[in-house]
Write a protein that binds this ligand. Structure first.
Ligand code: SF4
Ligand code: SF4
Length: 347
């Protein structure tokens, strides 16, 4: 590990898809500014460094840590605590760390159902029905793997966070601007925003950045984008296409509506929104053109997968967080019962 005098930079992925890492590499030549201004001490996707190297560093010695991914297991949680201790500035980087993102939709179900889908599904060859366990004794000794948690958590549900950088992934343009700002702050040329701020994003909604024409919205039915030929200039929601722009934080320049696709909400709740799904539901309910409860219900039935639509990126960070079944699940106990049930079925 390098010991030069530069500020230290770390990036870590917990439960994540890797898109945030690619977004950082997509800042192109600005990555040279990261190298010029920081000593990269820990970035598992880009360089070989061991957890013990981080453990050996003095507390607070990492200047900036971008933490992407949510907390799905005990390893993720251990690294969240370790990197919090070692870092001066800990950024919840990307939707998974900020609000749970797509992986947290698994909070709607139980660990047993998740493991059933993954290890006993039709595409998995697992004739003995084996499931992973945190502690396994083999001939060579004891093996330990991270413990799977029944409810996925956001980073700030585990440790205090200094800044939030939303997006799935954050836009490279925004990442570049944040890196510039931190470098300027390190040189005394700029001040960092107040702690707990959202950085690398706007303060209004995607609708405010969207160039599509808006009128007073009145919806009598919802349609899927593939079922109609949408007007290329008119607000998609007015055309009955479920668009999450009214509840979503600005900062992406309304990329998706500009390209003809509805916003799916990847920049998370707009400023001041406590519960993203509730805000989106309110926005949608207010444009339904009916006062008849049965007709309203029929119109709402046209929204495919409401839980996935309203909480696609935000379930772990929402007021709901998870289903009762997930909250009540006793992770490995449930899994063992499931494994026994499966083994009995196969004997
Ligand atoms: S609802 Fe969607 S399409 Fe309509 S203005 Fe907002 S972001 Fe644009
Ligand atoms: S328009 Fe919505 S889904 Fe598309 S990048 Fe922006 S916030 Fe994400």
């Amino acid at each position: 590990m390098s010991t030069n005098g530069k500020p230290k930079f770390a990036m870590y992925w917990a439960a994540a898809c890797g898109g945030c890492e690619i977004a950082v590499l997509n800042i192109h030549e600005k990555i040279l500014a990261v190298d010029a201004n920081f000593d990269v001490v820990f970035w598992p996707v880009a360089m070989d460094a061991k957890y013990k190297d981080v453990e050996a560093m003095p507390d607070g010695s990492i200047t900036l840590c971008l933490f992407n991914g949510a907390i799905r297991n005990s390893e993720n949680e251990h690294l969240a605590h370790l990197l919090r201790r070692k870092s001066q500035i800990l950024v919840a980087f990307g939707s998974c760390a900020c609000e749970g993102c797509i992986p947290a939709l698994a909070n709607l179900t139980t660990p047993a159902a998740i493991f059933e889908a993954v290890y006993h599904g039709p595409t998995t060859d697992n004739s003995t029905g084996i499931l992973p366990h945190p502690n396994v004794r083999v001939l060579e000794g004891d093996l330990h793997i991270p413990e799977f948690y029944p409810v996925m958590k956001t980073l700030d549900q585990v440790v205090p966070v200094d800044y939030y950088m939303p997006g799935c992934p954050p836009e490279p343009r925004q990442i570049g601007a944040v890196i510039d700002l931190v470098i300027e702050a390190l040189h005394g040329q700029a001040a960092l925003p107040p702690p707990q701020s959202v950085i690398g994003a706007g303060g209004s909604t995607v609708c405010d950045e969207c160039p599509r024409t808006r009128h007073e919205k009145k919806i009598r039915r919802f349609v899927r984008i593939q079922d109609i030929q949408p007007d290329p200039t008119l607000c998609l929601l007015e055309q009955g296409i479920m668009c999450s722009g009214p509840a979503t934080r600005s900062g992406c320049t309304a990329l998706c509506p500009q390209a003809g696709a509805p916003c799916v909400g990847c920049y998370g709740p707009a400023e001041g929104v406590l519960d993203y799904g509730a805000r989106l539901l309110t926005a949608v309910a207010s444009v339904i053109d009916s006062k008849d409860p049965q007709e309203i219900e029929a119109i709402l039935d046209g929204i495919p997968d409401p839980a996935g639509m309203f909480y696609r990126f935000n379930l772990a960070g929402s007021l709901l967080r998870a289903s009762k079944a997930a909250i009540n699940a006793k992770e490995w106990g449930v899994l063992r019962a499931e494994e026994e049930r499966h083994a009995a079925h196969h004997n």
